[in-house]
Design a binder for this molecule. Structure first.
Ligand code: G3I
Length: 375
C-alpha cells in the first residue's frame, strides 16, 4: 500500500491495527467495508479495480441500478452494466447492495407520467419483479426507498414525490412488502441523508425519520434496517456526536440494523495545504465513526467511491469564488479530497481514520430493545 504524503506519518503501528486493508479491519468486529463503484470505471481502470478487490467486501452501483438507468423507456430494460458488476462481484467473492429501487431523483420521466395517469401499483410491482429476482443470489441488502423525508413539506415530514402523490404515505410500507415478495431473505432498508449535524433541518429529519420507522415497525412492515448516507460536510462545522449517538440508539432500539451507506466528506477550505486538508477530513471521519461504530447495530461502512478521482463531490464555481485569486500558480485545488484514496489511488489520512476506527472501536454491549407495540 503506497502512502500519500502525511498519510504515512499518521499510520498506527501496522501490527496493532492490521495491515491488510479496510475489509480486514472491518471483519474484526463482524462488520464489512464497501464502496460505491461506477461500472465503467471498474472496467477501464486497473488500479481502481485492484483497490476495490483489496479493500471492499461489498460493492454498490453508484447509479447504474437506478430505475432511469435500467429502464430509460417503458419496457426497454437494460441490465448489461449490473450483470457485468454482478459477474465481477461473484468472481472476486464480493457481495452487492441494491441501490436503489424507489428514489424521487431516479424515476424515469415516462414512469412519472404513467403513474400519474394510471395510478397503477402494478408498474412498481412489475419493475421490482424485473430487477430483484435477477440479482437475488448476490444482493443481500436492498435499499427499497431512498430519501423519503423532506422536512417542511408535510406534517409527517414525508417528501412529496410521485409515489406519495399517487399512492399516499403508505407507498413506503407497500414498497417494502412488494420487495419482500421478491426477496424473501434479503435485508430491506430505507436510506436517508442529512442526519449528522445539530442544524434545524437535520434535527427535523432525524425526528421525522424516527417517526416513520416507528410507524413502519408498528404496522409490521418488513423493514430490516436503515441506511445512513453520511455525506459529511465540513462547511457545516463538526458533526454532533451526541445527536448521532442518540439517533442511532433510537433506531437500534427498534431492532433495526444500521449501515453507513455513502460516507464521504465535502471540504470547506480548498486553499490549505493538501496535508492540512487531509487532516481536517480524516479528523471529522474519525469523530463520526468513533460514535457510529460503538453502536452494535451498525453492520458496516460504505464510502461513496474509493478515490477522489471518481467522487460526485466536485469543487464548484461557488467554491472557486469563495477563494478567488487564491491559486495564482495555476495549480488550483485539485479534486475534493473526501474519499479514502487520492486521485492516484494512494491511501490518505481518511483511509487510516476509517481503518483504525473499524479496528479499534469496539461495539457497545447490546441495550434492551424498546418494544414497539404492534396492534
Ligand atoms: O458516466 C456517464 C458518462 O459516460 C455520460 O457521458 C454522462 C452524461 O450522460 O453521464 C455519466 O453518468 C452520470 C454519473 O453520475 C457519473 O457522472 C449519470 O448520468 C448521473 O446520473 C450520475 O449521477 C449520480 C447521481 O447520484 C444521480 O444518480 C452520481 O454519480 C451519484 O454519486 C449520486 O449519488 C447519490 C445517491 O444515489 C443517493 N444519495 C446522494 C448521492 C449523491 O447525490
Amino acid at each position: 500500500m503506497l502512502c500519500a504524503g502525511a498519510a504515512c506519518a499518521l499510520r498506527v503501528d501496522p501490527a496493532s491495527a492490521g495491515d491488510e486493508g479496510l475489509e480486514a479491519a472491518a471483519v474484526r468486529w463482524g462488520r464489512f467495508f464497501g464502496s460505491a463503484v461506477r461500472v465503467n470505471d471498474l472496467k477501464t481502470e486497473p488500479n481502481l479495480r485492484e483497490a476495490v478487490i483489496r479493500e471492499c467486501a461489498q460493492l454498490v452501483p453508484e447509479f447504474e441500478m437506478n430505475w432511469n438507468e435500467i429502464e430509460p423507456a417503458y419496457g426497454q430494460l437494460s441490465f448489461g452494466k449490473i450483470d457485468d458488476l454482478t459477474a465481477f462481484a461473484i468472481a472476486n467473492g464480493k457481495n452487492l447492495r441494491g441501490h436503489t429501487l424507489l428514489w424521487h431523483l431516479s424515476v424515469p420521466e415516462w414512469a412519472v407520467e404513467m403513474l400519474r395517469e394510471n395510478q397503477d401499483w402494478n408498474l412498481i410491482a412489475r419493475y421490482f419483479g424485473s430487477v430483484i429476482p435477477r440479482y437475488g443470489d448476490v444482493i443481500g441488502m436492498w435499499e427499497v426507498v431512498n430519501e423519503p423525508i423532506d422536512p417542511g413539506q408535510r406534517v409527517d415530514g414525508l417528501r412529496e414525490n410521485i409515489f406519495l402523490e399517487v399512492f399516499g404515505p403508505d407507498y413506503i410500507a407497500r414498497a417494502l412488502a412488494q420487495a419482500r415478495r421478491f426477496a424473501p431473505k434479503a435485508q430491506l432498508v430505507i436510506n436517508e441523508y442529512g442526519l449528522e449535524y445539530d442544524l434545524p433541518d437535520e434535527r427535523d429529519r432525524r425526528y421525522f425519520l424516527l417517526k416513520l420507522l416507528e410507524r413502519l415497525k408498528r404496522a409490521g412492515a418488513p423493514l430490516d434496517g436503515l441506511g445512513v448516507q453520511a455525506h459529511l460536510d465540513l462547511r457545516k462545522g463538526h458533526i454532533s456526536q451526541s445527536a448521532v449517538a442518540r439517533f442511532l440508539q433510537e433506531v437500534a432500539a427498534m431492532g433495526l440494523s444500521i449501515t453507513v451507506t455513502e460516507l464521504d466528506v465535502k471540504e470547506a477550505d480548498y486553499v490549505a495545504t493538501a496535508e492540512e486538508r487531509d487532516r481536517q477530513v480524516a479528523d471529522e471521519v474519525r469523530r463520526y465513526l468513533d460514535v457510529v461504530l460503538s453502536e452494535r447495530a451498525v453492520t458496516g461502512v460504505t464510502t461513496w467511491g474509493l478515490s477522489d478521482l471518481h467522487s460526485w463531490l466536485e469543487i464548484t464555481k461557488d467554491d472557486y469564488a469563495r477563494f478567488a485569486g487564491a491559486w495564482t500558480d495555476g495549480a488550483g485545488p485539485g479534486f475534493n479530497r473526501g474519499l479514502p484514496l487520492d486521485s492516484s489511488m494512494r491511501a490518505k489520512p481518511m483511509y487510516f481514520a476509517i481503518r483504525d476506527a473499524l479496528w479499534y472501536v469496539k461495539p457497545r454491549p447490546q441495550k434492551r430493545r424498546k418494544k414497539v407495540a404492534v396492534p
